[in-house]
Design a binder for this molecule. Structure first.
Ligand code: NAD
Length: 491
């Protein structure tokens, strides 16, 4: 029997039994070396999982490589059906996934419910794509042969995920790999291994063959990636996380020309023009900023207000932020949970202290909250200038800096003055302004009059240093496929 841990959900009679080992080639592997899983709302460890080594990573690649041909050879419809079976079991286990996300990442239960729903949408969408991979057939330019352009799975893939969306990110990577016909090694974030462990159990129970998806937890991710990226059998890395690690992935991938998909950080401008519906902009901004305690790659990071509506927006926004309830995600009525760690909380405390002393007035909050856990006050800063050393950073915290500008040109120039290019938000009632300004924003995604935009039918991803490739949309599987050209003599 694999080793398991029983997780009790505070304030309820619910408890969930989760395997704590690695999963390689259809077997759970339990190790003596373990690491703790901490509840960020208390700072207390509540479980521990096996801590894999590079030898386990290699064993996982052996398994993924061995399973690749038979998985790719399965009829696309059969692979799609298996992915649909994962989807059905995810629905059955939704309560357990929601509870684990709340406990491991600290997010409020309402947000975990939303993440569950979005994950289900992605898995279903991707399962549907398995049987919809197309190619083309045409004549060569001299007319003496035919061109067949077809696709094949890129091959064994390394899927690395962060802690802030502990189910959505691993779930959509795994589903895309399965649908495209790739085998994979999933390496979840150290902070949120249990959600991925339950996902792995679900994949097993859905009947996905041994070796197709493997799971390796580790506190030494650098050793794992060095081992795997140095092995020619690995053909792809799909990474979501920070720019620094993403850039390392790219350099490691260069050695064996491994395909790279990167979803990295953001520094999203949230632009409110003087013709906007200010109340809608405020409501959407609260969601885009404070969801996940500001720890989302697409979080509004710089709120840019055209002068004529700045005062009205600021008053309404401050009122809404004052109403936000901070507390453990498992407590009813909570809007903002803790930050993920003391390290992150300390970093934002210092940043806010420094910028407040020189370039900003704190209208609400600004400080860590005493007591257990890693809570930080929802904060609104009125910025006195653009403070480049501050505005160029991804805050990744419940901190909303407001900047006032006089013109659209000024708003666009400030919005683009960053190495990041993930998302932007734009509020205006004028549709042609919306289209023209969206064209000028250097980002992969623009939310017009909305603060949330993830959808399986949409291509999610960034430009500039925010990443390469897209997850979702028409191109959802492309990153896991290679094009093959067959020249067919017909004369
Ligand atoms: P991180 O880069 O520190 O960690 C992400 C993952 O990379 C974790 O699984 C970690 O174990 C692994 N990792 C760390 N060092 C590694 C190494 N040397 N080799 C291989 N893997 C390694 O990021 P984080 O702090 O967990 O997440 C926050 C960052 O992720 C933010 O910048 C955020 O914007 C970004 N993010 C982006 C998206 C997106 O879709 N664009 C989504 C969520 C988070």
């Amino acid at each position: 029997m694999p080793r398991t841990t029983t997780v009790n959900f505070p304030g309820s009679a619910r408890h969930h039994t989760i395997p704590t080992g690695l999963h390689v080639n259809g077997e759970w592997i339990d190790l003596e070396d373990t690491f703790d899983v901490v509840d960020p709302a208390t700072g207390e460890a509540f479980a521990s999982v096996s801590d894999g080594t590079k030898a386990h990573a290699r064993a996982a690649l052996d398994a993924a490589h061995a399973a690749q041909t038979s998985w790719a050879d399965l009829a696309p419809r059969v692979r799609g059906d298996l992915a649909h079976a994962v989807h059905r079991l995810l629905i059955e286990r939704a309560d357990a996934f929601i509870d684990l996300m709340v406990l491991e990442s600290g997010k409020p239960r309402s947000e975990a419910i939303g993440e569950m729903a979005l994950t289900l949408d992605f898995v279903k969408w991707l399962a549907e794509q398995a049987a919809h991979v197309h190619g083309s057939f045409s004549r060569g330019s001299r007319g003496n042969f035919r061109i067949i352009a077809t696709t094949q799975p890129v091959g064994p893939s390394l899927l690395i995920s962060p802690w802030n969306f502990p189910l959505l990110v691993p779930g959509r990577k795994v589903a895309a790999a399965l649908a495209a016909g790739c085998t994979a090694i999933l390496k979840p974030a150290e902070q949120t291994p249990l959600t991925s462990a339950l996902l792995m159990q679900t994949i097993v129970d859905a009947g996905i063959p041994p070796g197709v998806i493997n799971l390796v937890h580790t506190t030494r991710p650098g050793e794992l990636s060095t081992e795997l990226m140095g092995d020619q059998r690995l053909r792809k890395v799909s990474f979501t996380g920070s720019i620094s690690v993403g850039s390392l992935m790219m350099s490691q991938a260069a050695r064996n020309i491994i395909s790279v998909q990167l979803e990295l950080g953001g520094n999203s401008p949230f632009i409110v023009l003087d013709d906007a519906d200010v109340q809608t902009a405020v409501a959407e901004c609260v969601a885009a900023k404070f969801r996940n305690a500001g720890q989302a790659c697409v979080a509004a990071n710089r709120i840019i207000l055209q002068r004529r509506i700045a005062e009205e927006f600021t008053e309404l926004f401050v009122d809404e932020v004052r109403k936000l309830v901070v507390g453990p995600g498992y407590r009813q009525g909570v809007d903002v949970g803790p930050m993920i760690s003391e390290k992150q909380r300390h970093a934002i405390s210092r940043t806010v202290e420094k910028v407040s002393a020189e370039k900003a007035d704190a209208l609400v909050g600004g400080k860590p909250i005493g007591g257990d856990g890693y809570f930080f006050e929802p904060t609104v800063l009125a910025m006195r200038d653009t403070a480049p050393e501050f505005s160029c950073q991804e805050l990744f915290a419940p901190v909303a800096p407001l900047y006032v500008v006089d013109s659209i040109d000024e708003a666009v120039a400030f919005a683009n003055a960053t190495r990041y290019g993930l998302a932007a938000y734009l509020f205006t009632r004028n549709i042609s302004r919306a289209v023209c300004i969206s064209d000028r924003l250097d980002v992969g995604m623009v939310g017009v009059n909305r603060g949330l935009m993830a959808d399986p039918a949409a291509p999610f991803g960034g430009i500039k240093s925010s990443g390469l490739g897209r997850e979702g949309g028409q191109h959802a599987l492309e990153d896991f496929l290679e094009t093959k050209y067959i020249a067919l003599t017909t004369d």
